[in-house]
Design a protein around this ligand. Sequence first.
Ligand SMILES: [Zn+2]
Length: 97
Amino acid sequence: MSGAALHARGLRPIAELGGSRPHGTRLRYLAGCKCFHCRRANSDYERERQAARLADPTTRVIRVQHAREWNHELLWNLRHVSNIKRSLRESLQEVKP
Ligand SMILES: [Zn+2]
């Protein structure tokens, strides 16, 4: 994602976020530091994530898909309600003299 796109979403680039973090943190690793301590922090994180995925394969991906479907349904319902409200308003205007 470009710097402008991040800024538009109220986010800061990873280099800015992680560049000042201490060595031995994953954020510093993501910001570009590949020293032993930062690589170790990233490896630890990836190992824990892998263990979590193996322990419960339904985490993350399914939840995101479910959330998207739910969000899509919610947006559809909101549009549907908006259409009903607009129809009612138009009907009331037709009834008024
Ligand atoms: Zn480092």
